[in-house]
Design a protein around this ligand. Sequence first.
Ligand code: CUA
Length: 418
Amino acid sequence: MRLSQIISKFPRFLKAAAALSGTVLLSGCFWLDGPQSTFDPNGPVARRQMDLFYTTCWVSLFIFVVVGAVLAYAMIKFRAKGEADEHAEPPEQAHGNPIVEISLIGASVLALVIIAIPTLSGIWYSYDVPSQDKADAYEITATGYQWWFKFDYPGETAQTLDPTGKIINAPFSTANELVIPAGRPVRIALRTVDVIHSFWIPKLAGKVDMMPNRGNHLWLKSDNPGYYWGQCAEFCGESHAVMRFRVIALGPKEFNDWVNAQVAPARKVASADQTQAKAQFAEYRTFRRNEAGYTSAFDASPLDAWRAKQVPPVTGENPALIQKGRELFSQKTCASCHTIRGDGYIGVVGPELTHVGARSTIAAGLLENNRDQLHRWIHAPNEVKPGNTMWVAGYLANGIKLTPEDEDALVNYLQSLK
Ligand code: CUA
C-alpha cells in the first residue's frame, strides 16, 4: 500500500489536528518572545529551566511518536478488510511476551532517568547561588502583600528623619519595581505578610512560593541590562491576576546611581521661577475596564521610559500645588499607610512612596506611571484593582472624599517624588 493510500484512510480530524499543531509550533518560533515568555530567557536560571523543559518535551515527543506509530501500524495492518472480516471471530488470545514486557519496562526506566538527571541537577542549580559566585551575590528581600510586592535592600542604608527632625540612617525599601545589578547573581529572600504568593519573572527565574511563616529564597542573574515583567503565580485573592511587578537590571554605574538616589530623602521642589503647571484635573479620563494601562510608546521601550523617569523635569512643576499635595497626603490619611522619608510620613501598610515619581509603573506594575494613570488610580482604585486596601480599609472605606482639586494636588506631589 502506498503512503498516500494510508494517509487517505486517516479520519479527517486527524489531518486537521496535525495541520493545527504544525501551525502552532511554527508560529511559536516567531511569537514566543512576549514579555512573560519563558522561551526567551535572559539569565542562566531561566535558561536552565528552559533546557529542562525542552529535554522533557523531546523525551515525551519521542514516546508519543513511537507509541503512536505502533498503534497506527496495528490499526491499519489488522483492520477489517472486507465483509468477511467484519463478522470474523476475534483472534486467539495470548498472554504477554516476556521480552516485549521487559523491554518496555526498561525503556520506561530509561526515559525517566533521562528526565531525572537534568531535573535533579536543575533543582540544585536553581536552589541557591553557586558557591563560587556567593561572594559576589547581591541580597534583596521580596515580600508579598495582597496585591503588590515590597523590595527591601538590607545592604543599603537610607537617610530619614527621626521624630525630632534629626537625620538618621535606616534601611530603605521600594515597591513593585525590583531594580537589580545586571551580570551579578542576585539572591532574593521571599516572604509574605498574608497569604501564599508566588514569585515569578518568566525571563529570569521562578516560580518560588512566598509562604506564611516560612523563609524561601531564589536566585537569578540578568545577563545584560534590561526591563522584565514579573507576576504573582499563585492564586491569592480577587486581584491575583493584576499582582504584577517589573524588574529593571542596570549596569554597575547606573545601579549605583539608582541606589544613591533611593537612599536620599524625598525630593523638594524649590519655588524658583519655573514655568508652572496649570491645574489640569478637567483633562483626566475615567477608567475603563480591561483598558491597557500604558501607552504604546512605553510598551515599545520601557527601559528608556524608566530612565526618563529618573530625571526631574526642568520646567512645568508647580511648587505651591506640590506643597498642597504634601499637606493633603496627611490630611486625607494617606500617610497612615505610606512612608515618604523626609516628609515625616511613616505608614507601613502600603508601598513606600519616597521616590514613587521615579518608577515607570504604579498599581503593582499594572499602569504606566504618568499623571493620567496616577489620577485614575487615586480616583477609583477599586476599578483598577478590586479589593485593594485603599478601598476596603483606606480612605475610601473611611468615607474620605477627594475633590478634583485635591486629586490634582496629590498627583502633582507624587509625580514630583523623583
Ligand atoms: Cu499574589 Cu497571586
